[in-house]
Design a protein around this ligand. Structure first.
Ligand code: UTP
Length: 316
């Protein structure tokens, strides 16, 4: 059995086999934790965020994963490698449980690494994958964006990509006051509730200029034509090469095929955002096999104490 067979969704079409995971951003929202460590390595409960993302790719049948790295790449690379001395010690102790946890990350998929060079933007990071990906469609999963495994998204996006031979972007409804934090899509409805046709994309618009409340989240199924568009990109918002700008060229009808959106309404955590990171730890922690019971009890007790202390303060 190949390492990934255990994770592979049997009904997955063969169209998309590669995943690209950009993880070379500076993570400035999470300083100082990210001064010497990529934000993608921050743990959620007991696994680094990026392991969940690689598990998601493998779970959708994408067993060739390219991680785009930046500074401090060493611990990222090490995490997906074997650790003979640790494995030997655990083997000697007969600790199969912990051994399984060590093996888990190195057996998920065939993981490759490529350095971005400079963090010139998400569009630039994706463009760096061209040689590895070749002339095939591929998925992009942002390394700091965690989609809860209980709410599958990628397999639905691949399905729409295959049927329409189109670029597919994941979208999520957000409150109007948050749209300036995301790429935003102008859309037309289709016959399916969760699928829209994207006619334009704009990066981080002010609420007043936003064409909708549909925000782009960190999952894409891209056709290889994106690479030519990225090559022609000018720096966009923040002086960075924006993937949103490249997708907007395709959405405007200037590519071979249209752009569709799959509207996601499951659980998603932006682990590069401090508050979301804390929430992700709690939400996944209370459902964790070993820790769930203890954590649930603590959270309920803490909520009671917090409510009481907030009540005290408002009475004063
Ligand atoms: P973000 O915009 O969230 O990353 O990019 P950032 O720039 O690190 O964030 P802050 O605002 O400074 O905290 C989304 C994803 O794209 C990757 C990031 O690592 C993240 O997974 N990225 C971003 C790159 O790989 N290269 C880049 O040049 C920019």
């Amino acid at each position: 059995m190949s390492p990934t067979d255990a994770h592979t969704n049997a009904s997955r079409p063969e169209s998309v086999t590669k995943a690209v995971i950009p993880a070379a951003g500076l993570g400035t929202r999470f300083l100082p934790a990210t001064k010497a460590m990529p934000k993608e390595m921050l743990p959620i409960v007991d696994k680094p965020a990026i392991q969940y993302v690689v598990e998601e790719a493998a779970g959708a049948g994408l067993d060739d994963v390219l991680i785009i790295t930046g500074r401090n790449k060493d611990n990222l690379v090490n995490h997906f490698d074997s650790v003979p001395e640790l494995e030997y010690t655990l083997q000697r102790k007969g600790d199969e449980g912990k051994l399984g946890k060590v093996h888990g990350s190195s057996e998920l998929a065939e993981v490759h690494f490529l350095r971005q060079g400079q963090p010139l933007g998400l569009g630039h990071a994706v463009g760096r994958a061209r040689l590895h990906v070749g002339d095939e469609s591929f998925a992009v999963l942002l390394g700091d964006d965690l989609i809860d495994a209980r709410d599958p998204l990628l397999s639905r996006m691949i399905e729409v990509h295959d049927r329409e031979a189109a670029t597919v972007v994941a979208l999520m409804e957000v409150p109007a006051e948050s749209i300036h934090l995301y790429g935003c899509a102008a859309v037309q409805t289709t016959d399916e509730d969760d699928v829209v046709r994207i006619t334009a994309l704009v990066e981080k618009p002010d609420a007043a200029d936003a064409p909708s409340n549909l925000a782009v989240i960190g999952r894409y199924v891209l056709r290889p034509e994106i690479f030519d568009v990225i090559d022609e990109l000018e720096p966009g918002r923040g002086g960075e090469y924006q993937l949103t700008d490249a997708l907007n060229v395709l959405a405007a009808g200037l590519g071979d095929r249209p752009v569709y959106g799959v509207v996601f309404n499951g659980r998603r955590y932006d682990t590069g955002d401090r508050a979301d990171w804390i929430k992700a730890n709690l939400l996944l922690g209370v459902d964790h096999d070993e820790l769930g019971g203890e954590l649930t009890e603590w959270v309920l007790d803490f909520a009671d104490r917090l409510r009481a202390s907030v009540g005290d303060q408002t009475e004063r």
